[in-house]
Design a protein around this ligand. Structure first.
Ligand SMILES: Cc1cc2nc3c(=O)[nH]c(=O)nc-3n(C[C@H](O)[C@H](O)[C@H](O)COP(=O)(O)OP(=O)(O)OC[C@H]3O[C@@H](n4cnc5c(N)ncnc54)[C@H](O)[C@@H]3O)c2cc1C
Length: 317
């Protein structure tokens, strides 16, 4: 039996779909016995949710007021303690997992494999390299292994009728005092979360200004979609940093991705490789985005978007 520990990402009330996808990845490890650990404050309801995920055998709940806000510095030493005897420690390759797992790997004195996109054996994995232009197969010489999971590559584990047992655990690891939660600033907005949204509308440098970028918000609102942006749009100040899609932004896998005024540089495309249907609006018929687009509209976005928004509003009325 292979003891796989998955670290749950959540907002205190709801477990993220990234966690359910990580569980699905864990289940692909031969003979995996999956435990999910959640660090939370008053986390009983949360643990019950996790317990219903298909494939989960145990939920380990570290219930402590200290975990009202996730702090990698506090979780890492406790996780290293809980992970004793585990063969694999997995977390989603989101900001949460990328912050936490390297610290755990260091504390365990073991290797990390980042961005796992497929499991071949318990020690052999596939992961993207060169901005997703190539796939490397990597093999670790020994376990335990710490790994972040490329969530766009896995479907979420379904929430079923079964209920795995929930165990309360109280690690004894001494916690650092150099890090404490001060405050959190969350960008206001009522759009769905970019990383889990089924539809995403993204804008690029072609929008020309932050004022014009609001047209992306209009289209996204009509479609109930999340808003994304290219790096050029972010660097130009049209959109905030957390909306960036691509190699150095978010890797997403929506059912529908609409790219407006985005050329389709390889670093952007790596973020949407797993999107199901890609629609591109660009005035340059030679733009590389059209090589990956399922539907392409060649024309001026300032003419196309108002018409598209108007037609959609009629259809959806
Ligand atoms: C290490 C590294 C990491 C990177 N990471 C990322 C990343 O994570 N995400 C990312 O997006 N980029 C990333 N980049 C940058 C990337 O290489 C591109 O520069 C960037 O994606 C370009 O953004 P863009 O398509 O919005 O801008 P441009 O390439 O300038 O394209 C703008 C497009 O808008 C079109 N356009 C202009 N006006 C109109 C109009 N009126 N109507 C219709 N179309 C119009 C143009 O034809 C053009 O195709 C990275 C680069 C490097 C080197």
């Amino acid at each position: 039996m292979t003891n796989v520990l998955v670290v749950a990402e959540h907002d205190g009330r709801t477990v993220s779909s990234a966690t359910a996808r990580t569980v699905r990845c864990a289940a692909a490890i031969p003979n995996a016995e999956i435990a999910v650990v959640a660090f939370a404050a008053n986390g009983a309801a949360l643990a019950d949710q996790i317990a219903t995920l298909e494939g989960v055998r145990r939920v380990l709940l570290v219930d402590n007021a200290l975990h009202a806000h996730p702090l990698a510095a506090l979780m890492a030493p406790q996780l290293a303690e809980i992970a004793t005897g585990c063969s694999h420690v997995l977390a989603p390759a989101t900001t949460f997992g990328k912050d936490l797992l390297p610290q755990v790997a260091a504390l365990l004195g073991t290797v990390q494999v980042s961005d796992i996109m497929a499991i071949e054996t318990a020690t052999r994995f596939r992961r993207p390299i060169y901005a997703g232009n190539a796939v490397a197969t990597v093999e670790v010489a020994a376990l335990p292994l710490v790994g972040t999971v490329r969530i766009a590559s896995f479907q979420p584990a379904a929430a079923g009728a079964s209920h795995a047992p929930v165990e309360h655990v109280t690690p004894t690891a001494s916690l650092p005092t150099h890090t404490r939660f001060v405050s959190q600033t969350v960008a206001a907005g009522d759009r769905p979360d970019l990383q889990s949204a089924r539809r995403v509308v993204s804008g690029g440098r072609g929008l020309g200004s932050a004022e014009n970028f609001k047209r992306i918000d209009e289209l996204a609102a009509l479609l109930g979609a999340a808003v994304g942006a290219s790096r050029a749009a972010v660097d130009s100040g049209f959109a905030p940093n957390e909306l960036q899609v691509g190699q150095t932004g978010k890797i997403i896998a929506p059912e529908l991705y609409i790219a407006v005024g985005i050329s389709g540089a390889i670093q952007h495309l790596t973020g949407i490789k797993d999107a199901r249907t890609i629609v591109a609006i660009n005035k340059d018929a030679e733009a590389p985005i059209f090589e990956v687009a399922d539907i392409g509209l060649v024309g001026d976005l300032f003419a196309i978007l108002p018409e598209l928004n108007e037609r959609l509003a009629e259809v959806l009325r």
